[in-house]
Design a protein around this ligand. Structure first.
Ligand code: CMC
Length: 433
């Protein structure tokens, strides 16, 4: 603990409060305001958590000014180049890179727990064919809390581990079932001889009446996207999982809450929104019109896939995804993709525009990921589902960290109340017409 402090003095009666200032490994110091209400009788107000650290965490570090993203200390670009999604999952969950034996064991567990209960599979019949896949994913993952009663004691380390393995192994199967339901095709059971991403592609695109060969380029692209989406510190969905989990709720229910949060267009839903936006823009000549709309304060339109609460220089994930996008389009023979050309031109024009420069708005992780998904044949409405599969690992790592924190308490924010003061009930006959 550092001996730095920050002192505030009450204007009302001159009471002084010295608050400890704590330093992390890297990043800005944090003022511990825990005693503020008790000592001075005031709360802090920080809508959107712009200056508030909600917890201590040792999982992921972001330096938004320098465009740095570290998972357990390792730069994401090194992991993207040299690691695999399941190795990154092990790292995020356990804090260290696995030995060869540990990785083999972890991979074996994940790839052999891919089936879901048949009853759970029947849940999909209750959805209309055009239900949004994120609605199906969130509901069916939430329904998992009605199963596995033998292993959801959150105070048991072994139960937490079983939960982690189950959800990471089964979420691709649930996602694929949502897809198959939406296109009216028979569900394809998982294949445990395939790696994580190849199995996902198999469950998506194979049909019982034909041979399906997984394209290794597609599996490689998916693996990279999953590494880049695996965790991102205390974002909205991760904070939701932590908050829901802090009440001691069933962990599958907490993950379901995270999926619901990710769905929003300001968060994971942006990858779907980017493709819809590019389709609307249609051609390069229309770009200036849409840039003008994005800058117009009376128009709700925003350039989707642009801007980030934390990254004010560039999003390191966007750079890697743009490079992968070139590679995938080349290797899959989509070199003349008009969508990619449009995205590149839009990025170029926006980055030269004073409005975007002044506000430090750069392409984020979602700007190019949808173009890769599109090239892989994944429909637009499934893009955020792909994000959710990858982010499940981060959610689980944060949920576990929160549960074992000796200072764990239920998350319970306060408020600045601006409603009516105490007043007496008015009988209906005296309320006017
Ligand atoms: N297009 C046009 N203007 C924008 C955009 C945009 N995409 N993003 C921010 N601005 C403007 C905003 O109007 C404001 O301008 P002013 O200062 O004149 O009022 C300024 O930039 C700051 O914006 P903010 O809304 O206060 O920033 P925020 O940190 O609250 O929001 C954001 C961050 C990501 C929600 C926002 O940039 C946005 O809506 N982007 C588009 C949606 C998107 O791509 N989301 C994915 C985020 S990355 C992946 C993930 O989180 O899952």
């Amino acid at each position: 603990m550092s001996d730095k402090t920050l002192t505030i003095v009450s204007d009302t009666d001159g009471t002084r409060l010295e608050m400890p200032v704590r330093s992390g490994t890297v990043g800005p110091d944090v003022v511990d305001i825990g005693a503020l209400y008790k000592q001075l009788g005031v709360f802090t107000l920080d809508p959107g958590f712009v200056s508030t650290a909600s917890c201590e965490s040792a999982i992921t570090y972001i330096d938004g000014d320098e465009g740095v993203l570290l998972y357990r200390g390792y730069p994401v670009d090194q992991l993207a180049e040299r690691s695999s999604f399941l190795e990154v999952a092990y790292l995020l969950l356990n804090g260290e890179l696995p030995t060869r034996g540990q990785l083999e064991h972890f991979t074996h567990i994940i790839t052999t727990h891919t089936m879901i209960n048949e009853t759970l599979l029947r849940h999909f019949n209750g959805f209309h064919h055009n239900a949004h896949p994120m609605a199906m994913l969130s509901s069916v993952v939430g329904s998992m809390s009605a199963f596995y009663h033998d292993s959801t004691d959150i105070e048991s380390a072994r139960h937490r581990e079983i939960f982690a393995h189950r959800i990471i192994a089964k979420i691709p199967t649930i996602a694929a079932a949502a897809y198959k339901h939406s296109v009216g095709q028979p569900f394809m059971y998982p294949r445990n001889d395939l790696d994580y991403c190849s199995n996902l592609l198999h469950m998506f695109f194979a049909v019982p009446c034909d041979q399906y060969r997984v394209d290794p380029v597609a599996a490689e692209a998916l693996d990279l996207l999953f590494i880049l989406h695996a965790d991102h510190e205390q974002n909205a969905s991760t904070s939701t999982v932590r908050l829901a989990g802090s009440s001691g709720t069933n962990p599958y229910a907490a993950i379901s809450a995270g999926i619901a949060t990710l769905w929003g267009p300001a968060h994971g839903g942006a990858n779907e929104a980017v493709l819809n936006m590019l389709e609307k823009i249609g051609s390069v000549e229309n770009i200036p019109k849409f840039i003008a709309k994005a800058k117009d304060k009376d128009d709700p339109f925003r350039l989707m896939g642009f801007g980030h609460r934390v990254y004010k220089n560039f999003d390191p994930r966007a750079k890697l995804i743009r490079t992968m996008c070139h590679k995938v389009l080349n290797r899959l023979g989509h070199t003349d993709s008009p969508m990619f050309e449009l995205a590149l031109r839009l990025e170029e024009i926006a980055l030269e525009d004073e409005y975007f420069i002044e506000r430090k708005l750069y392409p984020n992780v979602d700007f190019y990921s949808g173009i890769i998904y599109r090239a892989l044949g994944i429909p637009t409405s499934m893009f955020t589902v792909m994000f959710a599969i990858a982010r499940t690992v981060g959610w689980v790592a944060h949920w576990q960290e929160m549960i074992v924190d000796p200072k764990r308490r239920i998350g319970r924010p306060r408020q600045l109340y601006t409603g009516a003061g105490n007043r007496d009930y008015v009988p209906i006959e005296r309320r006017g017409s």
